[in-house]
Design a binder for this molecule. Structure first.
Ligand code: CTP
Ligand code: MG
Length: 552
């Protein structure tokens, strides 16, 4: 038997420890994929009534989805595959410890695989048999992140050219435009864009996995803690490269905070200032956690604490999974807002593709930006689309007040979203293309300066604040979630919407190259050329009217 090499941190020296499996790797792969399909279809728990929102669609409640994904992640191991090893052998090896339920390989500066076992005991078994420089099974006591192992068995099949499955990467705009040009209608193009951009199953698994890895690490400090994902990783509006927003609930006594005793030693103790002030407790907790991530948790790099923000956070990168993460504490409300968006996305199948298209359009036209500043961010932008769908002549989405089980007259509410079975739904079959056109009309006509938007009441209200854009935070009464947005940005939103309407109304919209929504993502030079060829005076007048330069 050939000796395998030993990695210094987290590794398995397997050939010595286990007999060669007798199973054919190809068979195992096939087996496991058909099992996975079965599991998937069983997980979908309830079906909406025929007359309800999202007619006939299968609906998995948010909590059920989160629990299912967390369970998958906690039964998964992240393997680093050495140059000489291959996925098929790894699956053979894993199957000899317990049934493998799902597995995929990805490339992140090196080859990795995520293996999900049917039972948690199989993970334990592998951990117990892992070989480290201190001997078999010693590994658990020594290392914090013990579900990140190295598989280093030489494979007879490992080919020199291995495909690189890059999971967390957005497609460039040019490629998306090329793809959607194969669509057969504008509505179909909008759906295609969403399909191309949306998080894949692998991407979702990796995001839940990173949360459980951080949870494992933090449990050395807080044995009961939970680390839960929120935001675009779970709300159905996540792109392939979206960040992972996570929050830690330490589940410790009031006023208890973690403190560093030395570079690598931490303990939990009582702190009076933290007991008196929740924000101070959050800041103290995150300050210590940032040190802990940096010094003790493998693969956490670029750790940056931002403790004076409205919502204090620690940013870091998980190198092996290639994910940018934002860790917050004391932030359960963010889970509620994620659940709310998840439900809105499930209520009507047009919501998700429309939001994807509008997010992409806003990004392309500089209305959103990955850096903080005057820009509208994706969360309020999604709320803008939701209010548009709630307030149109035939609402496509219900008011939040009609959706949740809570008394909205109080601020501090424990929200609960009901089973959507039988939720009344008004028939409306407006196409996605028409909805997009309507959205642009909405943006050009809406009086953002004098009116605010409320998802909670599915209505507009008089905006007597100084904010040029007021989108009420649906779960925190009367707070504006776009306080940062400037008047210039609102003007840009309206003029860009007017420009988009002009483009959509051009006779060549359906037969130019690129056609349809491809025309909404032209370079400024190309757009200018078309404007010159068409009626530039009419275009200028239309945009000018939107901006109030020419009265009607
Ligand atoms: N959030 C909130 N109030 C805000 C901003 C954010 O409640 N003013 C919550 C929302 O649940 C949001 C989550 O925090 O989804 C994460 O915020 P962010 O990362 O800015 O947005 P995402 O929805 O995750 O979108 P992106 O893909 O841009 O990360
Ligand atoms: Mg996010």
């Amino acid at each position: 038997m050939a000796a395998s090499r030993v990695h210094t941190r987290c590794l398995c020296c397997l050939q010595k420890l286990f007999p060669k499996p007798k199973l054919n790797p190809k068979l195992i792969l096939n087996n496991f994929s058909s099992n996975f399909n079965l599991v998937k279809s069983r997980a979908v728990s309830s079906v909406l009534s025929k007359d309800g929102w999202g007619k006939g669609a299968k609906f998995e409640p948010f909590q059920v989805m989160v629990e299912r994904r967390r369970s998958e992640a906690s039964r998964s191991i992240l393997f680093f595959l050495s140059e000489r090893s291959c996925l098929e052998n790894l699956i053979e090896y894993c199957n000899s410890h317990g049934k493998v339920q799902n597995c995929f390989e990805f490339y992140q500066n090196a080859y990795f695989a995520v293996v999900e076992f049917k039972k948690k005991e199989s993970v334990k078994l592998i951990q117990e048999r892992v070989y480290s420089s201190r001997g078999i099974g010693r590994f658990n006591d020594e290392l914090i992140q013990n579900r990140l192992l190295k598989y280093n068995i030489k494979s007879s099949q490992a080919s020199t050219i291995r495909p690189k499955n890059i999971v967390n990467k957005d497609f460039p705009n040019s490629q998306l435009i090329k793809t959607v040009c194969h669509g057969d209608s504008v509505s179909n193009q909008i759906e295609m864009l969403a399909t191309e951009q949306a998080l894949t199953d692998e991407g979702i698994r990796m995001r839940f996995l990173v949360c459980t890895l951080i949870e494992d690490a933090c449990r050395k400090m807080f044995p009961e803690c939970e680390v839960l994902p929120f935001g675009s990783s779970v709300n159905n509006f996540g792109k392939r490269n979206c960040d992972v927003d996570m929050f830690i609930d330490p589940k410790i006594g009031h006023g208890m905070i973690p403190v560093a005793q030395s570079a690598k030693k931490f303990k939990v103790e009582y702190d009076q200032s933290s007991a008196d002030n929740e924000r101070i407790a959050t800041q103290n907790t995150l300050r210590t956690l940032s040190k802990y991530l940096e010094k003790c948790v493998p693969h956490c790099t670029n750790v940056l604490k931002i403790l004076h923000a409205t919502c204090p956070l620690v940013k870091f990168k998980h190198q092996a999974l290639g994910l940018s993460c934002d860790l917050t504490a004391n932030n359960r409300g963010a889970i509620d807002s994620s659940e709310m968006l998840y439900i809105f996305s499930k209520l009507d199948k047009r919501v998700q593709p429309l939001v994807f298209l509008i997010r992409h359009w806003c990004r392309y036209h500089g209305l959103t930006n990955k850096n903080p500043g005057q820009w509208i961010t994706n969360y309020p932008l999604t709320l803008l689309v939701v209010v548009f769908l709630q307030t149109r002549r035939v609402p496509i989405l219900p008011k939040l007040v009609d959706l949740i089980n809570a008394d909205l007259s109080f601020d501090d509410i424990d929200y609960s979203f009901p089973d959507l079975k039988g939720f009344p739904h008004q028939a409306d079959d407006t196409s996605l293309a028409d909805l997009l056109h309507e959205f642009f009309v909405f943006c050009t006509k809406f009086d953002f300066g004098n009116q605010g938007l409320s998802v909670r009441h599915g209505s507009v209200f008089h905006n007597d604040s100084r904010f040029p854009l007021f989108i009420e935070n649906p779960l925190v009464y009367h707070l504006n979630c776009c306080k940062n947005v400037t008047k210039a940005l609102v003007t840009k939103l309206r003029s860009s919407a007017a420009e988009a309407l002009w483009v959509m109304d051009q006779p060549g919209f359906l037969d130019s190259t690129p056609w349809g929504i491809g025309m909404l993502f032209l370079t400024p030079r190309k757009l200018e050329k078309i404007q010159k060829e068409q009626n530039v005076a009419a275009f200028g007048k239309r945009v000018g009217r939107v901006l109030g330069l020419f009265p009607n």
